[in-house]
Ligand binder design. Structure first.
Ligand SMILES: [Zn+2]
Length: 316
């Protein structure tokens, strides 16, 4: 599962070396067979979330730089890099190594954007911010939650999730707001439910004259700490259903998710005929299918609660 790049050759320019390495291994040879064949619902074992994995181009200017089990998505805007999510606190060094492997510098990272403020997606952001000087962007609730190191009493999982180094000086992006860095426009879509501050993001990524609509759709799993009942909060359930509808309607040629296994990412990458191919990755129905699965999960959770339980059926 470790990086399988060729030995470093100082005579060879880095971008050439990276190009060679990526061209020679267009999809992750490191994914264990047991993972490659497991259904997304069952997911990647928590212990494997932070396994180092070499970076790969998703499409055009968009790269995967996270460890194996937690997405970090890098977008080269032409005037700096935008980075989505920072994994666990221990993921920051993995992500930074991957960014450097691609030939970028940490100080080229201008923005760090967050999906939701749990430790497995925001845990590494404080270190990444420190090491890059980047501006962090999130929803209004996301800013509040990151300043608390994830200890938000309004979080359904409050008390049952690990904390992480707090993140300060976060710029709030409004629901529906478009923020531009270099040549790329990113749209924030508030999708509360999994956490109050959950946000999905969309942008376009182009290669060889073809632009694809990228959707980084946030987690939509209805999970709560012991004793938490979504059904005690009808307003939250309504907002959650609206969020699921929002995700179903996102501009979405390529679905990416904070947990790559939630959208079969590694299976889709493995299906590609070459390293920058759209074929295999693109699925026009992916966002609506992801939303449908989320609706099933929420309904199952509510049914459990009606039956007197609150047993978690889904992973984070
Ligand atoms: Zn989460």
């Amino acid at each position: 599962m470790l990086l399988a790049l060729r030995p470093w050759t100082p005579l060879m320019p880095l971008h050439l070396l990276v190009g060679l390495a990526l061209a020679s291994a267009p999809f992750p040879p490191a994914a264990p067979a047991a993972h490659a064949t497991s259904a997304p619902r069952h997911g990647i074992d928590r212990k494997d979330w932070n396994l180092p994995h070499r970076p790969l181009r998703i499409y055009g200017n968009t790269w995967y730089v996270g460890p194996y089990g937690l997405s970090s998505i890098l977008v080269d805007t032409g005037r700096g890099l935008a980075l989505f999510d920072g994994g666990l606190p221990a993921s920051a060094s993995v992500i930074e190594a991957n960014i450097r492997t691609l030939g970028f510098r940490m100080r080229d990272v201008k923005w760090i954007l967050n999906s939701h403020a749990h430790a497995d997606h925001a845990g590494g952001i404080a270190a990444l911010k420190r090491d890059s000087g980047a501006q962090v962007l999130a929803s209004a609730d996301g800013r509040r939650e990151m300043a608390l190191g994830g200890a938000d009493r309004d979080d359904p999982q409050y008390g049952d999730t690990p904390g992480y180094p707090p993140v300060w000086d976060v710029r709030v992006v409004r629901d529906g707001e478009v923020v531009q860095l270099g040549g790329v426009a990113f749209t924030a879509h508030y999708t509360p439910g999994h956490t109050p501050g959950s946000t999905s993001w969309t942008w376009n990524s182009c290669a060889d004259g073809r632009c694809l609509r990228m959707a980084y759709a946030d987690s939509l799993t209805a999970i709560g700490a012991p004793g938490f009942r979504f059904s005690d909060h009808p307003d939250r359930v309504n907002a959650f259903r609206q969020a699921i509808a929002t995700v179903a309607d996102l501009p979405c040629d390529v679905l990416l998710t904070p947990h790559p296994d939630a959208s079969g990412f590694w299976q889709r990458v493995a299906r590609r005929p070459s390293g920058n191919a759209a074929a295999g990755l693109v699925d026009a129905a992916a966002c609506s299918a992801y939303a449908a699965t989320a609706a099933e999960g929420l309904n199952a959770r509510l049914a459990d609660e009606r039956a007197g339980g609150g047993k978690d059926r889904l992973r984070p």
